[in-house]
Write a new protein. Structure first.
Length: 699
């Protein structure tokens, strides 16, 4: 028999039903918010997966288009590979719960959230996050939750929690905060240059609301929860760690780890591993130690780095706690492309290329959210194996690459010009050439520079920087690190990425390895990243290029815009597209017409684009008496010549109106296909157009 539990959340009812569906899953619930419905399930294997040194957690967020009454597009009318939003939502659910499992838990764990019905005013993403927490909490899986998720909007300067569709569209911010009852475990934000103080206040209020939801979930867990399963301890045996420390010693491991060059550090660690491996292979009783060798060295390095940072403020590359690595920036790296920029921070290097195209090249997607059915700006992030000195074939972007690309996209969207100001579809591609931490933030800096180099009039440049954390045994014992490199990311407790302009924040992404962080740490990280962001903007980026160029690259398409009466669109298009296709064929441009009568004409040749604009305006506004046109002679008769002014509309130049002198035979002066300049002298009641070449000669 099913049981239902409910609470009021942001003015709507949040309800969960347990025991009705998916009863073979370890934990399952049907969760509803308004009329949005998600089935959340959690399952785990009974035994650990052998031969791995990580927690094999899989999180899926499955968008079903039946939930919004749609049939999928394309030839195969069923959902295929996950959409970008589905992948990003899976990551948003995964990141805050992953640290809440035991560190040595190696059992396969699978979370599936199936979106079954969508009310546009109740975001399925927040429903799935809460449903995941409930499914895990009532299951036998060892989960140290619960967690809760809250979205925050900023409408007319006021915070709105779990905003409706209309509120999201009008909002200056979409902030997602995930918390346990005690601390914040994840932050994800996109914002319209929102100030640091406003962002900090919004995070604190979202956390307070999350605490209410967590208390509700804990009550459900008390009534519905299963006993948590016992699991095999996968931590490194203490005797191995002792032997490793006795052999290497703190001084030698510190010497190996504390070197600025990443490749040299790997070589030094490998040499120490060889020493330990030789001892293992020389003693048959220690043969089992070999499988623990990599994890033991990882733990030894981690303890060394954390101890020296926390106690001595000593970073692996010798920088100060709030010091940024060496910065450099350069634009116009590549010929022919519309814009390019190279940005480097230490060993991290990103090259971003910008491409401009007509608005018809916008990305159209099968989306559950009515607000995200097409994208005018696309940012793609590539992370090839050579960027970390490895050799492996490319298999296309994974979830991490899609997530980093989306973060950069969020960071730059608020500063892009509107379609009316800059009627282009825009794509930026960040190629990570070298990686040693914070590549996503380097791609934001490179993209901002590349866009301005391409002539995109950004409202302001955007820079990104990451802040790390190392904590001690006491909650108050912590240190924040500006601009973390790879080693500090691997061995640290958080990666707090913040992007923005001089005015305010445009994007945040927080990844955690702890059970959560306090408000004090959040405030410190936000203020510390602002200080670093100003250095990057003022000392490097603005000195390279500070605003969009006034002219586009010669190879970039030129787009001009005009407005016609929407009732005249049919005349411009013509039957079966005959008229518009003729304009495109004759001028070599592309033409996009919006339902509101906006016409965008795109071509590399501005003269051809202007001619196409003239033709469109003439069709829409009609041929005007006194206007002068260039047209093609399409037919010659004994009494004159017919000249095509625009596709489908000809006018007659009578033989007496061809020249000042008397013309006895039209063919003596004109021939079919000839381009001539004519003046409209009359449009009669039947719409017939009379033209004159003679009038222009007299004028």
């Amino acid at each position: 028999m099913s049981r239902i539990y409910s609470m009021e959340l942001s003015g709507r009812t949040l309800s969960v039903e347990i025991g009705k569906m998916a009863q073979l899953a370890s934990g399952a619930c049907l969760i509803s918010y308004g009329e949005t419905v998600v089935l959340s399930t959690a399952t785990a294997s009974e035994k650990p997966r052998e031969g791995i040194d990580f927690f094999p957690l899989s999180v899926d967020y499955e968008e079903k288009l039946y939930s919004v009454g749609k049939i999928p597009g394309g030839f195969i009318k069923r959902e295929g590979r996950p959409t970008e939003n589905s992948i990003l939502t899976s990551r948003i659910i995964d990141r805050p719960i992953r640290p809440l499992f035991p560190k040595d838990y190696r059992n396969e764990c699978t979370i599936v959230n199936t979106v079954m019905a969508v009310d546009q005013d109740c975001m399925p993403e927040v429903v799935a996050a809460i449903g995941t927490s409930i499914a895990l909490s009532i299951s036998h899986i060892p989960f140290m939750g619960p967690t809760a998720s809250t979205y925050v909007g900023l409408v007319n300067g006021e915070f709105v929690f779990n905003p409706t569709s209309a509120q999201r569209e009008a909002s200056d911010m979409v902030l997602n905060v995930v918390s346990t009852e005690e601390k914040v475990t994840m932050i994800e934000a996109e914002a319209n240059e929102v100030s640091e103080d406003v962002m900090i206040e919004a995070i604190a209020k979202a956390h307070a609301l999350n605490q209410e939801v967590c208390a509700w979930i804990k009550d459900i867990q008390l009534k519905e929860g299963k006993p948590k399963q016992a699991y095999t301890d996968a931590s490194v045996p203490a005797e191995i760690m002792t032997a490793l420390k006795d052999l290497i010693g703190d001084a030698r491991i510190e010497e190996a780890v504390y070197v600025e060059d990443k490749s040299e550090r790997f070589a030094r660690i490998d040499a120490l591993k060889e020493e330990m491996l030789a001892i293992i292979e020389a003693d048959e009783s220690k043969a089992a130690w070999k499988s623990w060798l990599d994890e033991a060295f990882y733990q030894y390095q981690k303890k060394t780095v954390r101890r020296l940072i926390l106690k001595e403020h000593k970073r692996p590359d010798g920088r100060g706690i709030d010091e940024i690595r060496t910065l450099s920036a350069e634009i116009d790296i590549l010929p022919r492309v519309h814009g390019s920029a190279l940005f480097s921070r230490g060993e991290t290097q990103a090259l971003t290329i910008t491409t401009l195209a007509p608005l018809s090249d916008r990305q159209r997607v099968d989306a559950l959210d009515e607000l995200t059915e097409d994208k005018r700006y696309m940012h793609h992030y590539n992370f090839p194996s050579y960027s970390v000195g490895e050799s492996r074939p490319s298999r296309g972007p994974g979830r991490r690459e899609i997530g980093h690309g989306a973060l950069a996209e969020k960071a730059l969207l608020p500063v892009l010009p509107s379609e009316n100001e800059f009627p282009y579809a825009i794509r930026t591609v960040s190629e990570i050439l070298s990686s040693n931490g914070s590549t996503s933030q380097a791609s934001i800096c490179a993209s901002s520079l590349s866009l301005m180099a391409a002539g995109v009039p950004l409202k302001a440049p955007v820079a990104g920087i990451s802040c790390g954390l190392v904590t001690g045994d006491d909650e108050k014992d912590f240190i924040l690190l500006t601009d973390i490199q790879g080693l500090e990311d691997f061995f640290g407790d958080m990666d707090f990425k913040v992007a923005g302009t001089e005015k305010g924040i445009t994007a945040i992404q927080l990844d955690m390895k702890l059970l959560g962080i306090s408000q004090e740490i959040i405030e410190g990280a936000i203020h510390q990243t602002k200080k670093a962001r100003m250095v990057i903007l003022n000392d490097v980026m603005n000195k390279t290029i500070s605003e969009g160029r006034t002219e586009l690259a010669p190879t970039a398409p030129k787009i001009i815009q005009t407005q016609i009466n929407p009732e005249k669109i049919g005349e411009v298009v013509g039957p079966r597209g005959k008229v518009i296709n003729k304009i495109i064929e004759d001028t070599g441009v592309s033409i996009d017409i919006e339902d509101d009568g906006r016409v965008f004409i795109c071509g590399v040749d501005m003269e051809a684009a202007n001619e196409a604009k003239r033709i469109v305006e003439t069709i829409a506004n009609g041929v005007q008496v006194g206007a002068i046109y260039e047209g093609k002679v399409v037919r010659i008769t004994t009494f004159g010549a017919f000249v095509e002014l625009i596709p489908g509309k000809d006018g007659l130049v009578h033989i007496s109106k061809i020249a000042k002198e008397r013309v006895t035979k039209v063919e003596d002066v004109l021939s079919e296909g000839q381009i001539v300049k004519v003046k409209v002298t009359e449009v009669d009641a039947q719409g017939r157009i009379n033209l004159s070449m003679k009038a222009l000669l007299e004028d």
